[in-house]
Design a protein around this ligand. Structure first.
Ligand SMILES: [Zn+2]
Length: 281
């Protein structure tokens, strides 16, 4: 599947540095163990949590996860050190060695950062992305979006065809679920709430909260450099994160007011080794 996640913080754009060995982010779910019947009308919170877990397990299995001793994994571990939980939800971090440029967080506290994003973002920018996504987890945006995607895609047909009970998920239904998640958008209010939460989350965990503003600055730069504004697809991707200028202003003013010094924001030394080492196991 060529689509990339657009619901999340970072939109995908032209891949700058692809290698033949590098896999594309694998999204589409296969049939098999995943298939199960549920009553959509009574889809409980626990059901949704189970699906989230199943979903992330499948993602981890079908995308190349950098092992612990891989430079990407080492760098991510270093920059996220101390980020252990959000609102009691334990956090876990992994790098997908994929050509797509993205990062996302799931309702169960799983945070996945794509190696191609790490190639172009500084530690601060990555932390900004991560902090923002964790904000969506804290505010249950992630879980609600997942639930909606389930009910409007994978479980939709099943319900109508089997008298209140969703049929076992087929391959195409699972594909639809992925699509629905891709196209899910958050409201402007949810976005600024996630910014604010991410800011406080980083601050509380002894990270410089300038990270949020810096990540938006990078997004803006990428958008401008690539000229993707003319591209309707690009526009759609960014529509879930409107008003970058305003958000940069809000977040940087807040950091200044709180007395934080704007970081140098340079690529760290280990970013070079991570790239050289590729995703090798
Ligand atoms: Zn967001």
């Amino acid at each position: 599947m060529k689509k990339v996640l657009s619901t999340m913080f970072v939109a995908a754009f032209c891949l700058l540095n692809t290698t033949p060995a590098m896999a594309q982010f694998n999204l589409k779910k296969a049939v098999g163990g995943a298939a199960k019947a549920v009553k959509a009308a009574t889809l409980t919170d626990a059901d949704v949590q189970n699906y989230v877990k199943e979903y992330i397990d499948w993602m981890d299995k079908h995308n190349q996860v950098c092992p612990d001793d891989n430079p990407y994994a080492i760098r991510l571990k270093r920059l996220t050190s101390g980020l252990t939980n959000v609102e009691g939800i334990p956090l876990n971090f992994k790098v997908y060695y994929v050509i797509d440029v993205n990062a996302f967080a799931c309702a169960d506290g799983s945070v996945r950062v794509f190696s191609s994003l790490m190639d172009i973002m500084t530690d601060e920018e990555l932390l900004g992305v991560i902090g923002h996504e964790i904000g969506h987890v804290a505010h249950k945006d992630s879980k609600n979006a997942f639930r909606t995607a389930l009910l409007t895609s994978a479980l939709k047909d099943g319900v109508s065809s089997t008298n209140g009970k969703a049929a076992a998920l087929s391959d195409s239904q699972l594909g639809d679920l992925g699509e629905a998640l891709l196209n899910a958008t958050y409201s402007q209010q949810q976005e600024s709430n996630a910014d604010a939460y991410g800011y406080e989350f980083l601050k509380k965990n002894n990270k410089n909260p300038w990270a949020i503003a810096l990540s938006f600055e990078k997004l803006k730069k990428l958008e401008e450099d690539a000229g993707y504004k003319k591209d309707s697809k690009w526009k759609r991707m960014f529509s879930s994160h409107p008003d970058l200028d305003k958000r940069i202003k809000t977040m940087s003013e807040r950091a200044q007011k709180d007395g934080f010094t704007r970081p140098e924001n340079k690529m760290p030394a280990d970013a070079a080794t991570q790239k050289a080492a590729k995703g090798k196991k």
